[in-house]
Unconditional design. Sequence first.
Length: 148
Amino acid sequence: MTDKNEKYSVGQVLYIVSSQKVSVYPIQVVEEVIHKRLDGEDTTYIYKMPGDSNTFKLSDIDGEIFVTHNDARNTMLKRAENVIGTLIEKAVNAGSVFKGHNIVSAAKVINEKNEVKKTNTHEELKESADRSLVRLPDGTLAKVNVKA
């Protein structure tokens, strides 16, 4: 994210992450206006949006200005990750009311599934000594007698 007082070049494309809705807008700086006064100088940038002939002041943007689309993407992803983390944390905290009510942990369920897979694989290998097993495209195991 850049500061609204940062220097831009005429012709430069910037990316705006809207504060009003979840949107990213590309804009192009089309004019740089420098006002020199006795007490200092102000720079105003004017921009256009794609498909719009109207121009607007960059300082009036209600959002965050990014110099690259990757900067905008990374900021949005980080925010999304934080929101998801908060949601998961709330769910875990809310799930703590179930403590002591015969909870089966996810690790136990995964271990049980892995044991079933190992047993099935062992049985499949034992059977394959007599017959060949072929895995069909849909995942089904078929016994094939190759001695015939």
